[in-house]
Design a protein around this ligand. Structure first.
Ligand SMILES: NC(=O)c1ccc[n+]([C@@H]2O[C@H](COP(=O)([O-])OP(=O)(O)OC[C@H]3O[C@@H](n4cnc5c(N)ncnc54)[C@H](O)[C@@H]3O)[C@@H](O)[C@H]2O)c1
Length: 360
């Protein structure tokens, strides 16, 4: 078992990582001083697999848990669905001290976190992430949100959980495509923060998907890096933006190709290769770094080539994203493995780079 800590003063919390942890959530939660009613928010897919184990553990620890499910899918990360969760909480008379327990991937975590931030002006919540993406990224750091019809995550709050409980065993039931998509975020930590971790991933790319101790180590190191970054910049006023490596290009690919074509992690994988390629073009790093990032992602079964989308459509999508100031676009660029800089780049340079990809 590994226990990490997100250090945020009185909002600090533990991230506990242990194989088989799912059955022990109840005692963990009561150890945090929580008791009484608890609402487990999940979806039918995850509920069928894991709700029993979590509910039993909560009951054994003296909780009186109820299960609230929302349908499975990004399209249900909405205010409308959140409103139904509030209805459930009111119906079950959840009080200020009753914890909400998010059991699922990033969709459930973001939405249950948002509900926890707003129900009765804030109730405690616990993250039990069940996808790789949620375990290494979305469950840590307190970004909660629902989508608006005109954009993803437009309605939300920074609201930290009381604890994050990660059981790598649950990844055994995760569809392969989801597992791979989550791995893009793992690689991202190596690129932005830790060359040694990047090398570890290169060395172990053949065994990571067997969900053994190498993957557990990768989850631990990813969480450790995210915790350190969030501990230094909770609300993304500076350092935290380095976690967006590959996301400006990635979001543009997701938007311009129509949401649903790519999993978020797949778009980030392509976006990361583009960001490193752009960095090399601007002379910030050598092309060998681009080759290593591309090589690692592709050995992990992730896409690395930009789809055939006109440069102008990508430019338009990037302008609509949140990372724009004036006629400059904001990018996290790479100066070496484990080293990045935030750079505002004139649109013309970005367009030229995109056009160069078409020629290449
Ligand atoms: N808050 C943040 O910091 C942050 C960061 C990155 C992404 N996100 C958000 O995360 C969301 C994407 O999350 P995701 O990739 O986890 O997708 P997801 O939550 O939709 O889960 C993917 C699929 O896997 C299923 N699933 C989950 N766990 C399973 C398991 N153990 N076994 C079998 N099936 C399982 C889900 O039911 C779903 O069908 C997006 O809404 C994105 O905006 C948030």
């Amino acid at each position: 078992m590994r226990t990490l800590r997100v250090d945020l003063g009185e909002r600090s919390y533990p991230i506990v990582i242990k194989r088989g942890l799912l059955s022990e959530i109840g005692s963990g939660a009561s150890g945090l001083g929580l008791k009484g009613r608890a609402a487990v928010v999940t979806n039918p897919t995850v509920a069928d697999l894991y709700a029993d184990r979590v509910m039993k553990g909560l009951k054994a620890a003296g909780f009186n848990p109820v299960l609230i499910t929302i349908p499975d899918g990004e399209e249900y990360k909405s205010l409308n669905e959140a409103s139904k969760v509030y209805d459930g909480l009111v119906k079950h008379r959840m009080e200020r001290s009753s914890p909400i327990i998010a059991l699922g991937g990033g969709v459930i975590g973001d939405m249950a976190g948002f509900v926890a931030a707003t129900y009765l002006r804030g109730v405690p919540y616990i993250q039990i992430p069940t996808t790789l993406l949620a375990q290494v990224d979305s469950s840590v750091g307190g970004k909660t949100a629902v989508n608006h019809p005109s954009g993803k995550n437009l309605i939300g709050a920074f609201y930290q959980p009381k604890a994050v409980y990660i059981d790598p065993e649950v990844l055994k039931t995760l569809p392969e495509r989801e597992l791979k998509a989550g791995m893009a975020e793992v690689v991202k930590y190596g690129v932005i923060w830790d060359e040694g971790f990047f090398e570890f991933l290169e060395k172990n790319s053949g065994v990571l998907y067997s969900i053994g101790r190498e993957l557990t180590h990768a989850i631990e190191r990813s969480c450790e890096i995210k915790a350190e970054v969030v501990g230094k910049d909770e609300t993304e006023s500076g350092l935290r933006s380095i976690l967006n490596l590959g996301h400006t290009f990635g979001h543009a690919i997701e938007a311009a190709s129509g949401y649903g074509t790519y999993r978020h992690g797949e778009a980030v994988s392509i976006g990361m290769v583009m960001a490193v390629g752009f960095s090399a073009r601007l002379g910030l790093c050598g092309t060998e770094i681009e080759e290593r990032v591309r090589g690692l992602l592709s050995s992990l079964g992730l896409p690395t080539d930009a789809p055939d989308i006109p440069a102008e459509a990508l430019m338009e999508a990037m302008r609509l994203d949140k990372k724009v100031s004036g006629d400059k676009l904001r990018f996290i660029l790479v100066t070496g493995l484990g080293k990045v800089v935030l750079k505002e780049t004139p649109e013309a340079e970005v367009r030229e780079f995109l056009l160069s990809l078409k020629k290449g």
